[in-house]
Design a protein around this ligand. Structure first.
Ligand SMILES: Cc1cc2nc3c(=O)[nH]c(=O)nc-3n(C[C@H](O)[C@H](O)[C@H](O)COP(=O)(O)OP(=O)(O)OC[C@H]3O[C@@H](n4cnc5c(N)ncnc54)[C@H](O)[C@@H]3O)c2cc1C
Length: 306
């Protein structure tokens, strides 16, 4: 049965300073698209007296993508903005796939990219892809700002590095190497639903040398296995210098399985979850590498002087 929303005051902040200043009042929360907040309030999981919308603040709607410069995503940018962006599709494929597979799709028209990350929900897909692309978040108090890498953004439970009196104003993704590819995949145990906790998601980034044979850089991330996405750093280091192929990817997948043990979730048969991690880790690495192999056409980038 749908519950009735408890009344709250709704403020449309005109600037970052005003928005974060309002947060000093107890029971106040920032509000972007509301996709996370509204259902949580309706279910009675959280209660706020005041919601401060950031959607009218000037300067937070910037979105740009360029293979030699990177991607900039302002705090108001909706998930749907990424779906039809040609460069995100080509060069930041893991992010593109995470957003494209977001279910149900209409959420993309309301939810922001930044809100997806700030919600700090451990089974969301977009954060996993952001780890693969080594995103950097800009946190601002309206006067000064600081940058926090995605590896340091999640602080445990549903905590983030966003301090009291701060908000995230922008996400930046660095440009990928010339011969690099990325991929994102997920598997649900039963239902194809975003709130199905019995799911695994994974993302990878693979860069190759000029001969397109050996791996020069790699990121492997597994989601839904802890409070926040887990980078399989042992596999990442082991992959560097290896020939991009089954042997390297199978061995990295075993490292991923080992890294997420013990499997503590009672709803899971351990072997199934291990199998899924193994399959997804291998698949995202192989897909990322095949994109790196097939992608680079120098003619494609020739006109991209910036
Ligand atoms: C039915 C449904 C299905 C979904 N399916 C998927 C899925 O398949 N995959 C997936 O990855 N996600 C999924 N999501 C999650 C969805 O993408 C997020 O709920 C949405 O992106 C959150 O963005 P928002 O703008 O609505 O955030 P809000 O709900 O407005 O805010 C979310 C949180 O972030 C904080 N916040 C927002 N902006 C800022 C900021 N600039 N600085 C600091 N804190 C901020 C808010 O205070 C709040 O705590 C689903 C959600 C729903 C409701």
């Amino acid at each position: 049965m749908a519950r009735v929303l408890q009344p709250f005051e709704f403020i449309e902040a005109a600037g970052v300073k005003e928005a974060v200043a309002a947060l000093s009042q107890p029971g106040t929360r920032l509000f972007a698209g509301g996709c996370d907040l509204v259902p949580a309030i309706r279910r009675g999981q959280v209660r706020y007296d005041t919601l401060v919308s950031i959607m009218k603040i000037e300067g937070l709607s910037e979105f740009s993508s360029h293979p030699k410069v990177g991607v900039k995503i302002g705090a108001q940018v909706l998930l749907s903005r990424l779906v039809n962006d040609i460069w995100v599709g080509k060069r930041w494929a893991a992010l593109h796939e995470a957003v494209e597979q977001l279910y149900p799709p209409h959420i993309r028209n309301m939810g922001t990219v930044v809100g997806n990350l700030c919600a700090a929900v451990n089974y969301y897909d977009v954060p996993v892809s952001m780890f693969a692309h080594r995103a950097v978040l800009t946190l601002s108090d309206g006067t000064t700002s600081r940058e926090v890498g995605i590896d340091d953004f999640y602080t445990g439970g549903r905590g983030t590095a966003v301090g009291a009196g701060e908000m995230v104003t922008q996400i930046d993704l660095p440009p990928p190497a010339a011969d690099a590819g990325s991929a994102f995949k997920k598997i649900y145990k039963a239902r194809r639903r975003a709130d199905d906790l019995h799911k695994i998601n994974a993302a990878a980034y693979v860069a190759l040398d000029e001969a397109k044979e050996k791996i020069t850089d790699a990121t492997l991330v597994i989601g839904c296995v802890g409070d926040s996405p887990l980078r399989i750093t042992a596999a990442e280091s082991a992959l560097v210098g290896q020939v991009a192929g089954d042997e390297a990817f199978n061995s990295a997948a075993e490292m991923a399985v080992a890294a997420v043990q013990p499997m503590t979730d009672a709803g899971w048969v351990e072997e199934i979850r291990s199998d899924w991690i193994r399959i997804l880790a291998r698949d995202v690495l192989a897909q990322a590498a095949s994109r790196a192999l097939s992608r680079h056409d120098p003619a494609e980038d020739a006109h991209l002087a910036y």
